[in-house]
Design a protein around this ligand. Structure first.
Ligand code: PMV
Length: 322
C-alpha cells in the first residue's frame, strides 16, 4: 500500500474575463510554472497534521473528528476544508501528515490556495486509493474553496488541475483546452497584495446598485472572451492585444483597477506591447502585457522603472502531477 505521495500543481493567471466569470460568463485562464508541492503520508494517529513552513505553520494538529470546527488559521484553511469534505464523502480511517512547499509567495496572486487544494485532493485520492475522476475531484475542491472564501468561479482550480490554457465557465461546466504552443506574455507584479473575495463582493454590490450597467459590462466582456479565444488560437497578436485593452477598460468601469496597475499598463503599451491589462480581481497583484520578442527588453524596463516587478514565469504549463 502507498504510504507517502508528493503531488505538485501549477499557479494560474487569468487572461480574459475576470469578474464576469463569477456570473456564468466564460473566461480564459493559463497555468503558470510556479508550483505548489504537497507531500502526504499516513501518521498512525487520528489526526491531520499540517506543516507549511513558508507560511509560518509548524505542526498544526487537528483531530479528524474536529475537522472544520474551532479556529482555523488562514494558512491551513483550504487544506483542512478539503480534508473535511473528502472525509465526509469517502470516510477517513487513518490520520495523515501534509507538508506544503511553494515556488512562489502567496502575495503575488498566482493562486497558491487553489494549487494547494488541488494538489492535496490529488494526494488524498492516491493515498486512500479512491477512484475519483477529474470532474469529481474538481467539485470537491470547489466546495472546499467556497467553504472558506464564500465566492469564486473555480477558474484557478481548473488551471491547477488540468493545466494548459483553458476556456472556462464557472463550476467547470465548460472546460476547453486551447491548442496553443506560444504565449508571448510578460507578467508585472504591482507590489500590492489584492484580496480577491473583497473585490468580488465590491463588484456584487455595484451590480446590486447598477444592474443594467454591470450586466452590459459583463456581456461585453463575454464577447471579448469569445473573440480572444479565436485570436489566441490563430496567434493573431495585434487582435489579442486590442482585446486586452478593451477588457481593461471594462474592468476600469467595474472599479477594480488602480492607479498603480494603470501606470504599469500604460508604460507597457508605450514601450511597444500589443496590449496590457490587469489580471485577476484587480486592486493589486499583477498586470499582463502581450509583447513581441523584439520589444521584450523595452517593456521589461518600462515595467520595472514604473515601480513594477517583472516576474520570470513560464505560462501554459502542465496541470497537477505526482
Ligand atoms: O484575483 P485572482 O487572480 O484570484 O482572480 C480572481 C478572478 C475573479 O473572476 C474576480 C474571481 C473568480 O473566482 O473568478
Amino acid at each position: 500500500m502507498l504510504k507517502r505521495i508528493t503531488v505538485s500543481a501549477p499557479g494560474k493567471l487569468i487572461l480574459f474575463g475576470e469578474h464576469a466569470v463569477v456570473y456564468g460568463k466564460p473566461c480564459i485562464v493559463t497555468s503558470v510554472e510556479q508550483r505548489v508541492q504537497v507531500e502526504a503520508s499516513f501518521n498512525g494517529v487520528n489526526e491531520l497534521v499540517i506543516n507549511a513552513p513558508q507560511m509560518g505553520i509548524r505542526n498544526y494538529v487537528k483531530k479528524l473528528k474536529d475537522l472544520g470546527s474551532q479556529e482555523m488559521p488562514k494558512q491551513v484553511a483550504f487544506i483542512e476544508a478539503l480534508v473535511r469534505r473528502f472525509a465526509q464523502k469517502y470516510g477517513l480511517k487513518r490520520g495523515l501528515n501534509i507538508t506544503t512547499k511553494a515556488d512562489f509567495s502567496h502575495t503575488v496572486g498566482f493562486g497558491s490556495s487553489s494549487a494547494v487544494t488541488i494538489a492535496a485532493a490529488y494526494a488524498l485520492k492516491s493515498l486512500y486509493q479512491v477512484k475519483l475522476e477529474d470532474k469529481k475531484m474538481f467539485d470537491l475542491c470547489f466546495q472546499a474553496v467556497l467553504d472558506i472564501q464564500g465566492v469564486g468561479s473555480g477558474f484557478d482550480l481548473a488551471a491547477a488541475l488540468w493545466g494548459g490554457t483553458l476556456f472556462y465557465t464557472r463550476g467547470a461546466k465548460v472546460v476547453k483546452s486551447l491548442d496553443i504552443s506560444h504565449l508571448p506574455i510578460l507578467v508585472g507584479y504591482s507590489g500590492i497584495k489584492a484580496d480577491t473575495p473583497t473585490l468580488v463582493r465590491q463588484v456584487a454590490e455595484l451590480k446590486y446598485k447598477k444592474p443594467k450597467l454591470v450586466n452590459s459590462v459583463f456581456n461585453k466582456i463575454e464577447n471579448i472572451v469569445i473573440k480572444a479565444n479565436k485570436a489566441l488560437i490563430c496567434q493573431d497578436w495585434p487582435e489579442v492585444g486590442k482585446l486586452m485593452q478593451q477588457n481593461q477598460k471594462l474592468l476600469e468601469a467595474l472599479g477594480v483597477s488602480t492607479n498603480k496597475l494603470e501606470k504599469l499598463i500604460k508604460a507597457s503599451i508605450k514601450a511597444g506591447a500589443y496590449g496590457a491589462k490587469l489580471s485577476g480581481a484587480g486592486g493589486g497583484d499583477c498586470i499582463i502585457a502581450l509583447v513581441d520578442e523584439n520589444k521584450k527588453q523595452a517593456v521589461k524596463k518600462a515595467i520595472n522603472s514604473s515601480g513594477g516587478q517583472v516576474m520570470r514565469v513560464r505560462l501554459n504549463t502542465k496541470g497537477a502531477i505526482c
